[in-house]
Design a protein around this ligand. Structure first.
Ligand code: 3PG
Length: 203
């Protein structure tokens, strides 16, 4: 099964975006690509999200688009049909986990506690999202998990900003980080593409 880490390749920072207007999807993806970030997580939090995923997938060569904020099998199915190349969830119900286990779609299931991490690992998910990372204890919390559970690696998200990203990226059990600070919703609404490119280039 292809893992999300294989999709990311050398990419270690994943912009998490909320798109309100589908017309913003392509210029946003291009501005992130121009800044050196070719992988985007479009959250399923707006009516435009699925169309945005489809538009980026079709129109922005070189960009890999995934879907985030997936909370149930229906959302996973919709995102995959829209062309998302991978999926991400903030947490993982048994229903979602079983749906994903029966499937080969690359997916980062979300966990917050060590028990959730272990349950997902035992279900076959050795790469997970840790959310909400900063509130849970940040890089120190991840480091603590790495002691007893060295066989799971993470993409933490939630509250990470430019100033804290290297605290996470230097950990052995972190393969990438995600966050909205690179392309915040307000900058997307204002179509601040050069600013978003500059933020992407600075990571
Ligand atoms: C997510 O879905 O991963 C988060 O909303 C990203 O968190 P952030 O907005 O705090 O960066």
């Amino acid at each position: 099964m292809k893992m999300v880490r294989d999709i990311l390749g050398d990419v270690r920072v994943l912009p998490v975006v909320v798109i309100d207007d589908v017309a913003d999807a392509v210029p946003l993806a291009r501005s992130l690509l121009d800044g050196g970030l070719p992988v985007i997580e479009v959250t399923l939090r707006t009516a435009a999200a699925l169309e945005a995923i489809a538009a980026i997938g079709k129109e922005v060569a070189g960009c890999i688009v995934g879907a985030g904020s997936i909370t149930d099998p229906h959302g996973a199915d919709q995102a995959r049909r829209a062309g998302a190349q991978f999926g991400v969830s903030p947490g993982t119900t048994r229903e979602l986990r079983e749906f994903l286990q029966a499937d080969s779609w690359p997916f980062l299931p979300g966990a917050a506690t060590i028990s959730e991490v272990l349950e997902l690992r035992d279900a076959g998910f050795s790469q997970q999202k840790l959310f909400p990372a900063e509130i849970l204890g940040g890089a120190d919390y991840l480091k603590a998990i790495g002691g007893p559970v060295p066989d799971v690696t993470f993409c933490p998200t939630g509250g990470i900003v430019h100033e804290t990203m290297t605290d996470y990226l230097r950990l052995a059990n972190v393969f990438a980080i995600g966050g909205s600070w690179i392309a915040p919703r307000e900058l997307i609404r204002r179509k601040s593409w050069p600013e978003i490119t500059a933020r992407a280039a600075s990571v």
